[in-house]
Design a binder for this molecule. Structure first.
Ligand code: GLY
Length: 322
């Protein structure tokens, strides 16, 4: 979007990031808020140097993938058999180009692989060994993404599964998920509006812990985990991926933002999600005029926003539980 007329002032650049919906026990608040603040700062630095919204959201996500506090990149949760399988996606609201990657095990920054798929292929979703090959061909770094707190949580989770006679998590009822995942958080996301008025969205995750191997969540899928369109705005989801996919929740929020402010769109879709599918979802939204919103039916959602006027970081937004 370009603003050539002297009468039409471009909106101020802004970035909003989240570090996941979930319980977020109080002992993790400080680290979580620090992490999202740093991510928002990194993304905003790109915007303040006249960089694109697309580069800004990528920078914000990289900061969170590199921070083991979050369930993305290094620090991702483990699946049922104790392996890491990460998903990520990125989307450009100016061109509607976007792409996701899934089931990556040892690539340091999955979001950079999504960017390669978007920039260098005609496809919108590449998974597994082929995605890894693209990453390595693109010169991306490999890394062991496993951290000890996730291995400990995996062992405890397996034990609980056995005691509760549950075979695996994700897709199971939100009540069971909530009981199992009480101490976890989910997914990172970023939305930005740049000096040209263009919007972008990105997200990255280790997915739901104890998921079946091969399970792909919303964070790899345009429309579900994220969406961006200059005509409306950008949105990205967090929480139980199966819910976000069933409701195509990020696209739904963007469609609403054609005629509504971000806050109205975000609360409407989360209210609908609660009614239709129960608890377990969060969303951040940014409309094309730079107004943002955070809505969730989980206990917390860790987020930060940065504009030229200052920054905000919080552990919750608008809680929409009915
Ligand atoms: N929201 C991330 C996932 O369910 O995989």
């Amino acid at each position: 979007m370009h603003y050539r007329s002297a009468k039409v002032r471009p909106p101020k650049p802004i970035i909003i990031v989240h570090g996941g919906a979930g319980d977020w026990p109080s002992e993790l608040h400080k680290q979580g808020l620090r992490g999202v603040r740093i991510a928002a700062h990194r993304g905003f630095r790109v915007l303040s140097k006249q960089g694109s919204a697309l580069d800004a959201v990528e920078a914000g996500i990289v900061a969170m993938e590199d921070n083991p506090v979050f369930n993305a990149g290094r620090g991702s949760t483990l699946n049922l058999v104790g392996e890491i399988e990460t998903d990520a996606a990125i989307m450009d609201g100016r061109t509607l180009q976007g792409a996701g990657v899934a089931l990556l095990r040892d690539i340091k920054n999955p979001i950079k692989v999504a960017r390669i798929v978007m920039d260098k292929t005609d496809h919108v979703l590449i998974a597994g060994a082929a995605a890894r090959q693209l990453a390595l061909a693109g010169g991306l770094a490999k890394s062991d993404l496993r951290v000890s707190k996730r291995v400990k949580a995996w062992k405890e989770g397996l034990h609980k599964l056995k005691n509760n006679k549950v075979q695996y998590l994700s897709g199971t009822s939100p009540e069971i998920l909530h009981r199992f995942l009480a101490k976890s958080s989910d997914t990172v996301g970023a939305l930005a509006l740049d000096n040209d008025g263009d919007v972008a969205a990105a997200c990255s995750t280790g997915g739901v812990s104890l998921k079946l191997p091969g399970r792909i969540g919303d964070s790899a899928v345009l429309g579900a985990g994220l969406y961006a369109d200059n005509k409306s705005g950008a949105a990205t989801a967090t929480g139980i991926g199966e819910q976000a996919m069933r409701l195509v929740i990020s696209k739904a929020a963007c469609d609403l933002m054609r005629h509504r402010k971000a806050v109205s769109a975000a609360t409407k879709v989360i209210r609908y999600s609660t009614r239709a599918l129960g608890l377990g979802t969060g969303l951040i939204a940014l409309d094309r005029l730079g107004r943002y919103a955070v809505a969730h039916n989980t206990r917390n959602l860790c987020w930060a926003a940065r504009t030229v006027d200052g920054s905000t970081a919080k552990m919750f937004g608008t809680r929409v539980r009915s």
